[in-house]
Design a protein around this ligand. Sequence first.
Ligand code: PMP
Length: 384
Amino acid sequence: MREKLKHELEKIKAEGLYRSLPDIDEGAGKYIISGGKCLLNLASNNYLGISKKKELVDESAAALKAFGCSSGASRVVTGNFSLYNSLEKEMADFKETESCLVLNTGFMANLAVITSLAGRHTAVFSDKLNHASIIDGIKLSGARHIRYRHNDMAHLAELLEQYKDTEEKIIVTDSVFSMDGDRADLAEIVRLAEKYGALTVADEAHATGILGGGRGLARELGLEKRIDVHMGTFSKALGSFGAYIAGDAEIIDYIRNKGRAFIFTTSLPPAVIGANLGALKWLRDNPSCGHRLLEKAKTVRIALNEAGFDTADSSTQIIPVIIGDNFKVQQAGTLLEEAGIKAGVIRPPTVPDGTARLRLSVRLDLNDEEVQHVISSVRRLKNA
Ligand code: PMP
């Protein structure tokens, strides 16, 4: 067994896929301090740069002081802190849904949703580029896992037709894809779901705080009432940690009662709930922040496309710069670091083989000069 582990690790290294964890002093802020260097942070998902805002820090500190460091146990055992009620009510209000449930992470939210709703007799239709937690949720549920080609609605329609006699059907999709920054065709997904009688689950992790006045892509498209389960995170644009699901009271109640990733885990500590309340307040006070961020990202994307870079179908703050080779992408990441910029260096299995890429997360707090510096630094990679 030990020999096998050693061999596998050596193989991972030989393929340029080894992952190490560099020492950093701060990860979510505008700058990452790493190895004594201060780098512009285009690697984090703190897209709005709000993790240190007064609204979040003050509410977090107040909750910490009032309730201490721990929530004690699972909420189904010890009961609910009033803070939880406030956050779930605030979020349901914001999303204009009947109900909301807060979960510990986005990963666990997807596990809870999918394993609750799907079982051996369910067919789950899932975009090939959906997040790993969706894939793992489907596997764990024992459902039939039916993957459709990325954003290929004709393929989805074909598969739904093939399974039309299966009574229980779910279509699940990221709304903004985490490594490509493109958007799901939610209008067509909803139309097909209604035609074939499927439930819909939208993972709005990267759209929350950005699209639809912060409420997500479904809201931006006016489809929010036609999605059954809206999942989103506090850990990305909202600058904090944790996740929520929102929908009608019955479906949320069902997941609350069936979701093992909710029931069998200690709930988030009060300080995190406080920060999440502060983040929601900040978002309500700054409704145009997502739009401003998208404009900034558009400037970067257009300039990179003009310079001949492949940014896939990105139309959001996430801009992939497709390099292809696992070693070349690491070199590109190092060159960007020499220019003072930290980008995500993304390799398989996070993305399909042959599509290794730099992942630029454009941030709202970049000024014009910094935007231009990012553009010129990436452009220089062409000559490297
Ligand atoms: N869904 C998507 C689309 C994601 O990108 C991520 C995080 N990368 C998650 C879920 C998991 O969220 P969390 O980090 O809160 O576990």
